[in-house]
Design a protein around this ligand. Structure first.
Ligand code: FE
Length: 143
């Protein structure tokens, strides 16, 4: 992993890949730090309809709110917009022979999923996010 030295010097990204490997479970590490994808319908949040906030499983930043979550039929948690304008960043992704837009955490830049232009009318966007990249906080809705 050559990323360790590259990321070490950047603001807000002080953790090394070794640090992340220690903090995250192996599946979360694979998705968040190695841009893995969980199997459809396998994650813990694709069908969750509770009110609350979805936080970055790596750094705790609020990424998405339950009111923008919808059933896309994809088997992954799907949202039509991020919680705030700086919650996530979008990066061109040409891997696996496809042209896609990767979605990463706006704070720690861990991999979250991809965004596609086939979402519902509100924005027309579908943020297709791995459950493994998220931590649901149901308490946030009650505050
Ligand atoms: Fe994060």
């Amino acid at each position: 992993m050559h990323e360790e030295t590259e990321k070490a010097g950047r603001p807000g990204l002080s953790k090394t890949e070794a640090d992340w490997r220690e903090e995250l479970d192996p599946h979360q590490f694979h998705v968040l730090r190695e841009k893995g994808t969980e199997r459809a319908f396998s994650g813990k949040y694709w069908d969750l309809k509770d009110e609350g906030s979805y936080l970055c499983a790596a750094c705790g930043e609020t990424l998405f709110l339950s009111e923008t979550k919808y059933d896309s039929g994809s088997g992954w948690p799907s949202f039509y917009q991020p919680a705030g304008s700086e919650s996530v960043k979008e990066v061109a992704d040409h891997s696996h022979g496809m042209i896609r837009t990767e979605v990463i955490c706006g704070k720690c830049e861990s991999h979250l999923g991809h965004v596609f232009p086939d979402g519902p009318p509100e924005t027309g966007l579908r943020y297709c996010i791995n459950s493994a990249s998220l931590d649901f906080d149901g308490e946030a809705a009650k505050e």
